[in-house]
Every structure is written in C-alpha cells, then in structure tokens.
Design a binder for this molecule. Sequence first.
Ligand SMILES: Cc1cc2nc3c(=O)[nH]c(=O)nc-3n(C[C@H](O)[C@H](O)[C@H](O)COP(=O)(O)OP(=O)(O)OC[C@H]3O[C@@H](n4cnc5c(N)ncnc54)[C@H](O)[C@@H]3O)c2cc1C
Ligand code: FES
Length: 266
Amino acid sequence: MQNKKVGLDVYRMELFAPDVAAQARPGQFLHVSVHTKGRGSDCYDPLLRRPLSVHGVDVKRGAVALLYRVVGRGTALLARVKEGELLDVLGPLGRGFSLPPAGSRVVLVAGGMGVAPLYFLAEELLRFGHEVHFLAGARRLEELYLLGDLLALEEKRPSFKPSFATDDGSYGFCGPVTGLLEVLLAAVKVDRAYACGPRQMLREAAGVLARFGVPGEVSLEERMGCGVGACLSCACRVREAGGFSYRRVCADGPVFAAESVDWEDR
Ligand SMILES: Cc1cc2nc3c(=O)[nH]c(=O)nc-3n(C[C@H](O)[C@H](O)[C@H](O)COP(=O)(O)OP(=O)(O)OC[C@H]3O[C@@H](n4cnc5c(N)ncnc54)[C@H](O)[C@@H]3O)c2cc1C
Ligand code: FES
C-alpha cells in the first residue's frame, strides 16, 4: 500500500485489495476506517468511517487507488498512514455511473475533488471506445489536482479531450467549469454528461444540461453514518411524478440522474 502527497493537501493512496479491484465500478466508493489496525489508544476517534470514491483500479496487481484532500480530522489521520499498515475498508459501495450506448460522445464535468471518480470513469469510457470531453474546474491552478495526468492521457488517447477552468483565470477558461460546459455544448453535440463536485456546481451543471437537452448523471456527496443504507443519515430529496421522495445517497446513489435531484432541498 502506498500513500503519497500529490498536491496541495491532496494524497493518492493505493490499497492492495484484489476483491475490491475486481468488483469496483466508476462512481462507487469505499467506506474507510481512518485508523490503521493497532495504532493505539485513540483508535475509535473519529468513530465513523469516511466515504472516498474509487479513483482507479489495477486488477492485475489487485490495487485500488483513492485520491483525497485533507479537510478535517479523519482525512488528516489517513494522510499519516504508512506503506505496510493495514486499513479496514468496506466496499465497493453504492451505485456507480451507467455507461452510454456504443460510440457515444460524452462530457465529464469535475469540480475540485470531483476529478477523483471521474478520472476512473474516463478510463473506463475510453476502454469502451467513447469520445470523452473532460472539463476540470478549480479555484486556481494549484487546485487542478490531476492536471498532469489528464494532459498525459490526452497524449496517449486522441479521443480524450481535456479542458480546464479556474475561477481566478490562472489556467484555462476564466470562470466556473459550468461556464466551460456551456461553451462546449454550444459547439459540440454531446450524447451524455457526468458530473461530480460541490453541490452548487452540480446544481448549475444540471441547469445547463437541461437547457441543452443533454441527459446527465451527478454524483452527490452527503455526510454518511453507516454507508450501507441502514441509518438514513444521508437522505436526499428526489423528484417523482406528482411530488418528491427521499433516497439514500450511500445505497441508492451516490450517482443519480441530474433531472431527478431536488436541488431546492437545502
Ligand atoms: C460518496 C462520496 C465520495 C467521496 N469521495 C471523495 C474523494 O474521492 N476524495 C475526497 O477528498 N473526498 C471525498 N468525499 C468527501 C470525504 O468523504 C470527506 O471530505 C471526508 O469524509 C471528510 O472527513 P474528515 O474527518 O477529514 O473531515 P470532517 O472533520 O468530518 O469535516 C471537515 C470539513 O469537511 C466537510 N465535509 C466532511 N465530509 C463531507 C462530505 N461528505 N461532503 C461535503 N463536505 C464534507 C465538513 O462539513 C467540514 O467542514 C466523498 C464523499 C462522499 C459522500
Ligand atoms: S449512511 Fe447510513 S443510510 Fe446512508
């Protein structure tokens, strides 16, 4: 297992977990206990596991990659995990992205750490021969976490077309990634869209997709308790014919049809 700093407060962890590597689909997540086995007396604090998207798999090596940003106590503890230590993970959990019909042109819209699951999805879509436009947005250049990897993938795969947006204009399009999405959809006919990032960005992306008539899927983030559908702490409101109902982000999602999410819930 490896755990390396790869950017500003961002780490890439590779776990040896052959069963997970064989089963995981893009959009699914692992529920990770942030304590390595036997690290000492404080090993129940924080008690709850932390959900992290599967960022990639290498089935031959039995490896599963996670990409995470340190935002609080749990992820800070994860960042201290060393090669050779044992981590307790549950997964793969949740329902991932659905793949489009053969020969599709798709757009992936990533805000901030949303690149983690979407990079895995891009690899899978390319494997099936789809044309992939990848839009990555961040506040500034230093927060475009996979910039090098995305540019390297473009070199290798002509059907992979990355573009970038930063709020401060330090790299690529100046403005939100949803602005870049509008520019792309005005120029290119796209069959399907996939988005992951902060809720406000997803809400705006869903609005843009609706205006252009492009079907899309969004991956939602909620604070989670159990991660397996039992505690209901991750409920989100979705629209249904004649009203609305609630779904569990951990078990019914985290991926939902963009038009089904009730964005007024919050
Ligand atoms: C399905 C799913 C997949 C995720 N995948 C990734 C990933 O691949 N990489 C990654 O870096 N993060 C991911 N996250 C978010 C990650 O789970 C949280 O950042 C992490 O749980 C924070 O734990 P902490 O103890 O460090 O922070 P805490 O001390 O628990 O919180 C610190 C701050 O982060 C905020 N926060 C914590 N959890 C979330 C959350 N779920 N959504 C929004 N804000 C939160 C809190 O409100 C607080 O402001 C994912 C979340 C979900 C639900
Ligand atoms: S986290 Fe318990 S039901 Fe989703």
